[in-house]
Design a protein around this ligand. Structure first.
Ligand code: ATP
Ligand code: MG
Length: 391
């Protein structure tokens, strides 16, 4: 059963001089106990989407439900939700304990001992029972964030809503809190909608990811589906780090090739057929996508190889990032750290047939303008460990 839903929800802000469509005909069903991440670039409508579910913004068109109930016109306090913000929003003059219990005292009829029990058990779950008497000013960023989470947990809501809750923390603490938050969510088993602009957080935390751009849902799928089977060039470029490379090529069905400046890439017969069926008459432009980690350095020339110039080598230890030029295109690839390669050198790259993605023409050269739709994605093989491998 879906736990909360957006059904064809649109949100328009009218500022007097202009009308901004922040959320555009969005439909998502959040499942019981699911950790759903809303991800996308700044201004794509993530916070607005979350606030619509919280009731902090009114819906222009469409329906919002929580637990099978239409809450589109309900006030925030009448929706069974708890929200955690980026800036914690703790009351500075109240102790940790008071911060955590205040909401329950104000908005529920719960007896004092029940409130105390909930605060104590949330504090224990978050590892902060010794901080209950402190004021927020005497807490570190990570501790404040735990208190803000605690305040949400004690409400025992039907849905947790979190808007970039970790972005004020330093990188190391963020990684640690990421894991803690995931474990906590698992333990509580409460549906959670989590907003971030960080694709790594989205990949590592989400049961599913909703990728948004320009107020529109681009893809709703598991992290690995978004990585292996991106729906369009926007998702392909947004999910994965470093980003997927794109080459705009003219497609020649009769030769089974894609050509661009300095590039002639040979597709397999099957790929040629699929591109021809999906897109293209002669010389249509297609976009070939390949992830940096899927490129290898080739010995011999072949249909899958292209020539590149090495502009910069960034050694990271285990691997090095190569910044490359292919004609006028920039590309990135990852090679093993011990690989002997220098800036200024020419290299031959192999873009293996079973690793490439092909999209129909992505509008402008800027692939982020209009996501070209996928023609095919890389073959996705699943490998399982040989039985007994761990024994
Ligand atoms: N109250 C408002 N009035 C007018 N426009 C608004 C209002 N709130 C948001 N917007 C616009 O709606 C769009 C989506 O904003 P939103 O805050 O949802 O983006 P976001 O994805 O959360 O971005 P960020 O990652 O920067 O927080 C933006 O273009 C923004 O300028
Ligand atoms: Mg936001």
């Amino acid at each position: 059963m879906a736990h909360a839903t957006y059904e064809n929800v649109t949100k328009r802000f009218d500022t007097g001089t202009e009308s901004v469509v922040a959320v555009d005909d969005l439909s998502i069903a959040i499942e019981d106990g699911e950790f759903l991440v809303l991800v996308g670039p700044s201004g794509c409508g993530k916070s607005t989407t979350l606030r619509l579910l919280a009731g902090l913004e009114t819906v222009t068109e469409g329906t919002v439900t929580i637990g099978d109930e239409d809450v589109t016109d309900e006030k925030p306090k009448d929706r069974d939700i708890a929200m955690v913000f980026q800036n914690y929003a703790l009351y500075p003059h109240m102790s940790v304990e008071e911060n955590m219990s205040f909401g329950l005292q104000m908005t529920t009829e719960l007896p004092a001992d029940e409130i105390e029990d909930r605060v104590t058990s949330a504090a224990e779950m978050l590892g902060i029972p010794e901080l209950l008497d402190r004021l927020p000013s005497a807490l570190s960023g990570g501790q404040k964030q735990r208190v803000a989470l605690g305040r949400a947990i004690v409400r025992e809501p039907a849905v947790f809503l979190m808007d970039e809750p970790l972005s004020n923390l330093d990188a190391k603490l963020r990684t640690q809190m990421r894991t803690e938050l995931q474990q906590l969510q698992n333990q509580l088993d409460v549906a959670t909608v989590y907003v971030t602009h960080d694709q790594t957080e989205a990949m590592t935390m989400g049961d599913r990811i909703a990728v948004l751009n320009d107020g529109k849902l681009q893809q709703l799928a598991t992290p690995l589906e978004c990585y292996h089977e991106p729906a369009n060039t926007f998702v392909a470029g947004f999910i994965g780090s470093p980003s997927m490379n794109f080459l705009d090529l003219s497609f020649h069905p009769e030769r089974g090739t894609g050509t661009g400046d300095t590039v002639e890439y040979g597709f397999t017969d099957e790929q040629t057929e699929r591109i021809r069926d999906a897109a293209a008459s002669t010389h249509d432009t297609i976009t070939l996508g390949i992830r940096p980690e899927d490129i290898t350095i080739a010995g011999d020339r072949g249909p899958e190889t292209i020539e590149a110039h090495v502009d910069v080598v960034e050694p990271m230890g285990k691997e090095s990032v190569l910044h490359l030029s292919v004609g006028s295109h920039s590309m990135t690839s990852l090679v093993p750290g011990e690989y002997d390669v220098e800036a200024g050198q020419s290299v031959r790259l192999k873009l293996p047939h079973d690793r490439i993605h092909v999209f129909d023409e992505g509008g402008d050269v800027n692939v982020f303008d209009e996501g070209g739709d996928v023609i095919f994605n890389r073959a996705r093989e699943t490998e399982s460990l040989p039985s007994g491998a761990l024994l």
